[in-house]
Design a binder for this molecule. Structure first.
Ligand SMILES: [Fe+2]
Length: 239
């Protein structure tokens, strides 16, 4: 029988629901006090290891630059890192979903109609699974900045959207990866909704060691998911 261990409810790095400078939160932020959902087996478990992700979602899509007949326009990059929990333990066998705009800042989406070209060789969607040490790696092109209607002359910094479920539904994290040399980050209401020092964790790090000669620049990005309420011990056996 597997113990049901609750996950931490402390969300110190989570942005508040209501951020007035980020206009759409005015419409969607809850106006009633939040209810706590009890953490049952449903919330504290997930699909788990042993190829469960592949069976549920299909094979991984780790290279976003080879999904069509030719190479997409843009700067090819490798993004890699580790997924860890708050106790520093690797999170193995967990899926990371990836979506992003193309190098011109345009999404393949009916709602995205701004005046930037689509790229027939780039969809902007991928999926990878962490290995036994919690490592992941994917290849893509660096996305472009794009305008959004939040306020006059509003531009999103270049970013890659990431969704991680982690070991259980209670640990799901949806976040964005930014790039270290981007002046738009400091004037972006979405990035600035995340309190410091957690905001710094959203910025990837240029890494010469993972840059591939004559092929791609490398960026490192580690992700930290919620830990347990109580730290479980590896050798904590129950008979
Ligand atoms: Fe976006």
């Amino acid at each position: 029988m597997t113990d049901v261990l609750a996950y931490a409810r402390d969300d110190a790095g989570t942005p508040p629901s209501l951020v007035p400078d980020y206009g759409s939160t005015l419409l969607r932020a809850p106006r009633q006090p939040l209810l706590r959902v009890p953490q049952t087996l449903t919330e504290t478990t997930g699909p788990g290891p042993g190829g469960a992700w592949e069976r549920l979602m299909g094979a991984s899509l780790a290279d976003l630059t080879t999904q069509h007949g030719g190479a997409p326009i843009g700067q090819r990059i490798v993004v890699s890192g580790r997924v860890l929990d708050e106790d520093g333990r690797p999170v193995p066998d967990t899926v990371m979903e990836i979506w992003q705009a193309n190098a011109a800042g345009r999404y393949v989406h009916v709602r995205d109609q701004w005046d930037a070209p689509l790229d027939p060789n780039f969809t902007g969607a991928g999926r990878v699974v962490t290995d036994a040490e919690g490592r992941y790696r994917f290849v893509t092109v660096r996305p472009g900045a794009y305008p959004w209607g939040n306020h006059r002359n509003a531009w999103r910094p270049a970013h890659i959207h990431l969704s991680l479920l982690g070991p259980a539904f209670a640990t799901r994290l949806v976040t964005q990866l930014y790039f270290p040399d981007d002046p738009l980050i400091e004037i972006d209401p979405i990035a600035n909704a995340v309190p410091m020092p957690y905001r710094q964790r959203l910025v990837s790090r240029f890494d010469m060691a993972t840059t591939e000669p004559n092929r791609a620049l490398g960026y490192l990005f580690d992700v930290v998911l919620k830990g347990r309420d109580q730290t479980p011990f590896e050798d904590d056996h129950h008979d």
